[in-house]
Design a protein around this ligand. Structure first.
Ligand SMILES: C[S@@+](CC[C@H](N)C(=O)[O-])C[C@H]1O[C@@H](n2cnc3c(N)ncnc32)[C@H](O)[C@@H]1O
Length: 334
């Protein structure tokens, strides 16, 4: 029996999501839905297995998943009424249901208008409709080439946002846009931070701020650059104005968590983490962003995770919505 799955990825890295899906699963068919979404047909594996691989580091470029109920060529789904009827029949009976609609590439439909029409129709039929926070999601992707309607358990969707595009508000306390990467990660992965933290490549200090907010006792920020003035005043901060290599040569402390958002070749960045490994105990955490390009990123990440795997068990490796040319990796000290 074959199963059709809708997936999303970053547009620039879409082809690498396909590469990883094909090498890990029995993909018998693949069609692009739009610039950052596609459909695969699997023979002998289902959504739960694909979601599991994406959650545990086997698929790094897939951001969002849904099991397909219906799809039509974009030209055949020009009338919104057709999309609404398909969505209504795909909605099933689970209560409440989240309705999430997004566009991939140039669509003739406006996602918010289509969502409102679907939500009105379901509500009129006595259903409880939300945007998120439900066990089941009705996912509608208005693709440039195809319109796809899926229904999925939120646990298998990887993200409770339309197409995985998480929106985060700017806050007055925010120091850098990089903060969103860490916030998105924490929303996907429950990580407990209680002890001392080391932030490599910390300037201007967005990640440091989030670590303190998340419960770090003290953060040691390391960067040749400066901390933001709002952070520099905080008593729980120790700032070391130097490079990671220089700091690690001298440090004798231990850290429950080490984060690394350094702009650096990914294999060198991993070597830095291996140098830092003696400063951690079994079970301690690392969070690192591996900077990549579209030149053979799958092979590069394989190699980086292999090297890192000597000292750390990888528990998460994915390109998040807020990662541009990078992948976020989380590991625990072996
Ligand atoms: C993307 S920024 C980090 C942003 C930070 N995570 C935040 O939230 O504000 C990358 C930083 O890495 C630092 N960096 C690059 N190479 C470094 C090295 N060898 N040692 C320490 N910091 C380094 C740069 O100075 C830069 O401030």
């Amino acid at each position: 029996m074959t199963v059709e799955i809708l997936f999303s990825a970053a547009d620039r890295y879409y082809r690498f999501a396909v590469q990883e899906l094909k090498r890990s699963f029995p993909v018998v068919d693949h069609v692009a839905v739009g610039e950052d979404a596609g459909l695969i047909r699997l023979d002998g594996a289902g959504l739960a297995e694909v979601a599991d691989a994406a959650r545990t580091g086997g698929l790094r470029f897939v951001r969002h998943l849904a099991e397909v109920a219906e799809h039509r060529a974009a030209g055949d789904a020009a009338d919104p009424e057709m999309i609404i009827e398909l969505a209504e029949s795909a909605a099933g009976a689970t209560e409440p249901i989240a309705v999430q609609v997004w566009a991939s590439g140039r669509s003739r439909h406006r996602p918010e208008a289509v969502r409102a029409m679907i939500a009105d129709r379901l509500t009129a039929a006595g259903r409880t409709v939300q945007r998120a926070g439900c066990a089941t999601v009705l996912a509608v992707c208005l693709g440039e080439r195809r319109v796809v309607i899926g229904r999925t358990r939120v646990a298998d969707a990887l993200s409770d946002w339309p197409g995985g595009r998480m929106r985060l508000a700017e806050s007055p306390q925010q120091i850098s846009r990089a903060e969103h990467k860490l916030e998105e990660l924490f929303s996907l992965l429950p990580l407990t931070i209680t002890g001392d933290a080391l932030d490599l490549g910390a300037s201007p200090g967005g990640w440091t701020r989030i670590l303190l907010e998340r419960g770090a006792r003290r953060v040691h920020g390391v960067d040749p650059g400066e901390p933001a003035p709002s952070l520099a005043r905080r008593p729980e901060l120790s700032w070391h104005r130097t490079t990671a290599g220089e700091f690690l040569r001298r440090s004798k402390r231990t850290f429950q968590v080490i984060v690394n958002d350094m702009r650096m070749d990914p294999l060198l960045s991993v070597q830095t983490m291996i140098t830092a490994a003696p400063l951690q105990r079994h079970g301690d955490l690392i969070i690192i962003t591996l900077k990549i390009t579209t030149n053979r990123p799958v092979e590069l990440i394989d190699r980086a995770l292999d090297d890192l795997g000597e000292r750390y068990k990888i528990i998460f490796a994915r390109q998040l919505h807020h990662n541009r040319n990078e992948v976020t990796v989380v590991g625990r000290r072996r």
